[in-house]
Design a protein around this ligand. Structure first.
Ligand code: PMV
Length: 314
């Protein structure tokens, strides 16, 4: 038996498109910041008497084909024929809307690699986590990390940019909507790739990766926030200009963004980023985070997060 814990990460430069669906290879590199409040604990037990993998999520029997996809790969690598019992607990303040495949598959990669005797160095864990969920390749690391696009299973993995983080960046979740997302990210990506602006977004993203690494090295929260916001807005514009257009934003999303812009113009560092759902995350600093949280608390539950650690045994 082995149990592991991993935290969620927020993408500052987004992963939004696949070049290979089976191996979850992305169309671009991405940068994430692992946070310290939301995590998943996952335990893997190998027993001889199981006829298939068994997945228990938050105390209930569940099914997720990506779990067996990862385990089939692990079994193929090790020559093992054993099935596994996977017990996973999401530690999120108010469950729905925050559960994350990034923390889940990063924790699962460590617990499964340990149980089956695969290497547990971070690049190997990152590759394995990627097979379950692309963003999970970054949650293997604490602080800032970059997931290199690569061109095959071996070359597509994440590496640390900065951990621990020695400056006061904060990320505030504004939970306007706790329902599950309407379009799963894999489907959203596939549709976004039909946008006539897609290749332009990819070349922008390539430049933004370089700018973001420099901003992180310079501990420049304003630059980090400005680049992240531009990258996120570009991603959501792709969705709106796809063949079959769609939008993760809700009315409240725009209302929160407008307030963030008002704060910024009043001299407070506050920048928006949004993933595959309507909730806004605010990038800010330790001095301003309480003020920003107070300003936005009427929109819903607020969660202030600091940079968090990489995957560990528990
Ligand atoms: O890892 P997935 O398949 O859940 O996709 C994540 C997509 C975004 O969260 C929108 C961007 C990212 O890089 O995390």
């Amino acid at each position: 038996m082995t149990q592991a814990r991993a935290y969620t990460n927020i993408a500052l430069i987004k992963y939004w498109g696949k070049s290979d669906i089976t191996w979850n290879l992305p169309t671009s590199s991405s940068i994430g910041l692992t946070l310290d409040q939301l995590y998943t604990d996952t335990r893997v037990d190998l027993t001889d008497d199981l006829k298939q993998d068994l997945f228990i999520l938050d105390g209930q029997l569940a099914s997720n084909p990506r779990i067996s996809k990862v385990l089939d790969f692990v079994r193929q690598q090790t020559g093992s024929h054993k099935y596994a019992k996977i017990t996973s607990e999401n530690h999120v303040p108010n469950s729905a809307g925050l559960a994350s495949s990034a923390s889940a598959f990063a924790a699962f990669a460590l617990a499964a690699s340990d149980s089956y005797g695969l290497p547990t160095d971070r690049p190997s864990l990152s590759r394995l986590a990627r097979l379950g969920s692309g963003s999970a390749s970054r949650s293997v690391y604490g602080g800032f990390s970059i997931w290199y696009q690569g061109y095959d299973h071996q070359s597509s993995f994440a590496q640390s940019i900065l951990d621990p983080v020695d400056f006061g960046i904060r990320v505030i979740d504004v939970l306007t909507d706790k329902k599950t997302k309407k379009i799963p990210s894999s489907q959203g990506m596939q549709r976004a790739q039909s946008s006539p602006d897609y290749s332009n977004w990819l070349s922008q993203s390539k430049m933004q990766i370089r700018e973001m690494i420099a901003a992180i090295k310079n501990k420049d929260i304003e630059k980090i926030g400005l680049i992240a916001e531009r990258n996120a807005m570009g991603m959501h514009a792709l969705n709106r200009s796809a063949d079959k257009p769609f939008d993760y934003f809700a009315g409240e999303t725009w209302a929160v963004i407008n307030d963030i812009h008002r704060l910024y113009h009043a001299g407070i560092p506050a920048f928006a980023t949004i993933d595959a759902g309507p909730n806004v995350k605010v990038i800010t600093d330790s001095r301003s985070c309480q003020k920003v949280a107070d300003q936005l608390k009427n929109f819903g539950e607020i969660l202030i997060q600091k940079p968090g650690p990489g995957v560990v045994h528990v």
